[in-house]
Design a protein around this ligand. Structure first.
Ligand code: NDP
Length: 327
């Protein structure tokens, strides 16, 4: 492990880092833990205020599906554990934003809010942001019955035997609504058109499910309640009619935006903007650059799957360093 003094000495001679990680969610920290234990002295950029380090789990209440915590754990507490473990094994966590990257240079060049850095390998773990609508009342009821992840939060006691609502018409909306029927007394899917975007198989499953009712041509205008959410105000997109629907929970499933702005034009992205990785690896279209977690995953998007790919990215990076004899 490189001591802080040695690190400063190495910087003065502009030696490149072995691995830099951008992102501080489960993927970034798992990559940091593996890279640190492999004595690669990783630098992890966790972002800086007003952005909250720790990724999407920081806005989640209880996490009951992360293995190893049979009693459940709060999202922020889980991320504290990740961060502590990264630090314990020697990762340097830097509270700065990465503002520019040059992936065409070898070593790769990065510019942060305070310095310039060179690195032989880069692990991108910048995640994705679940889209929200920011309707009237949303700020008040966010995490008080409102969430952007039914799979993460839907099984919590607060949602049991309640009437729940999912906004969206894609595969996520259908999958999450179907998942919620295990706990809820009824689930509404609210879709802004008269046809689901979801695949036919998934859509048919929702339409046939007796616990699911689809409210077509409807948009969410406002949420109301007391201590917890109680009412969704919907507007009919055809007639313009506005009505109140009683609910005990509301979940957005209107898609995610991958955080890839920094890499546009330098890495292969899919049509939505997710980083394309090669099958069964975290390799991207640029040698020495690896992607893990939600920034390359539009399907699973779970903390545990993100952590798994973080591990893969560190191993892929280590292999590259060894093969190229960069250590
Ligand atoms: P999608 O982009 O496919 O769907 C988003 C849905 O939200 C659309 O129905 C869209 O409406 C609606 N929407 C978007 N913005 C708004 C808004 N402001 N107000 C109201 N409604 C809105 O995202 P998904 O997360 O569903 O899926 C992403 C990808 O992941 C897809 O490729 C999907 O197939 C895949 N996936 C696959 C799964 C599986 O195979 N098991 C499970 C989950 C996802 P509109 O239709 O009118 O545009």
């Amino acid at each position: 492990m490189v001591s802080e003094q040695n690190r400063i000495f190495l910087k003065e001679f502009k030696l490149a880092e072995k691995v830099v990680i951008i992102g501080s969610g489960p993927a970034g920290h798992t990559a940091a833990i593996y890279a640190a234990r492999a004595e690669m002295s990783p630098l992890l950029f966790e972002g800086e205020p007003p952005n909250l380090p720790g990724g999407q789990l920081m806005t989640t209440t209880d996490v009951e599906n992360y293995p190893g915590f049979p009693e459940g754990i709060s999202g922020p507490e889980l991320m504290d554990h990740f961060r502590d473990q990264s630090k314990k094994y020697g990762a340097s966590i830097i509270t700065e934003n990465v503002l520019e990257v040059d992936l065409s240079s070898k070593p790769i060049r990065l510019k942060t809010s305070k310095k310039e850095i060179e690195t032989h390998t880069l692990i991108i773990a910048t995640g994705a942001t679940a889209r929200r609508m920011f309707v009237k009342g949303e700020d008040e009821f966010w995490t008080k019955g409102m969430s952007a992840c039914a799979v993460c939060d839907g099984g919590l006691p607060v949602f049991r035997n309640k009437i729940l609502m999912v906004i969206g018409g894609g595969d996520s909306a259908v999958e999450e609504a179907t998942f919620l029927t295990k706990f809820a007394s009824k689930v509404y899917i609210v879709h802004r058109r008269d046809k689901l975007r979801a695949s036919k198989v998934m859509a048919d499953r929702a339409i046939k499910n007796e616990k699911i009712e689809i409210l077509w041509n409807s948009t969410l205008e406002e949420v109301k309640g007391g201590d917890l959410i109680e009412t969704a105000v919907l507007k009919d997109t055809v007639s313009g009619e506005v009505r109140d629907v009683a609910i005990g929970g509301l979940f957005y499933a209107i898609g995610h935006t991958p955080n890839t702005e920094l890499f546009k034009g330098q890495l292969e992205l899919d049509k939505v903007g997710y980083i394309v990785t090669q099958a069964k690896s975290t390799l991207t279209s640029v040698e020495g650059v690896y992607a893990c977690g939600d920034v390359q995953d539009s399907i699973y998007r779970q903390a545990i799957s993100a952590a798994g790919t973080g591990c893969m990215a560190a191993l892929d990076s280590e292999r590259y360093i060894t093969e190229k004899e960069l250590d």
